[in-house]
Design a protein around this ligand. Structure first.
Ligand code: HEC
Length: 107
């Protein structure tokens, strides 16, 4: 009985929190590949996803993930400290980019 209520509460939380159910793939890839250097709303070794979402287009973000060696200058950085994720396919890149952009205007 008790555990039934617990599961219902979790299911409800997933439905209510905006974005939580929207991009599960993007969030998964973020945890797998990016979390060591980027956090969602706090600065880490790299900038937060919120600050990226507030100033970049999806094309800029995708290009940076796939090939940062060729984009860091145009984004205003003096050098590149990020590895290229050249093995990600188009749908993985899109999922990650949508996940980053979901933090736009998040407080
Ligand atoms: C080894 C650390 C590291 C990892 C891992 C990493 N990044 Fe970065 N990333 C950085 C740093 C540092 C910067 C800031 C630019 C620089 O100094 O190279 C950056 C910059 C960026 C930018 C551009 C920031 C801007 O100003 O618009 C994007 C987008 C980005 N990272 C996305 C990702 C994503 C998505 C992943 C995972 C697939 C990832 N990064 C993994 C360190 C990392």
């Amino acid at each position: 009985m008790k555990s039934g209520i617990g599961i219902a509460a979790i299911a409800l939380t997933v439905l209510i929190i905006p974005g939580a159910a929207e991009s599960p793939a993007g969030e998964r890839y973020f945890k797998e590949y990016c979390w060591g250097c980027h956090h969602q709303t706090a600065e880490a070794f790299g900038p937060s996803f919120r600050s990226i979402a507030d100033k970049r287009t999806s094309a800029q973000i995708m290009a940076q993930i796939a090939d940062p060696e060729h984009t860091y200058k145009s984004l205003g950085y003096a050098r590149n400290s990020m590895p290229a994720f050249a093995d990600l396919n188009a749908s993985q890149l899109k999922a990650l980019t949508d996940y980053i952009l979901s933090f736009k205007d998040k407080k």
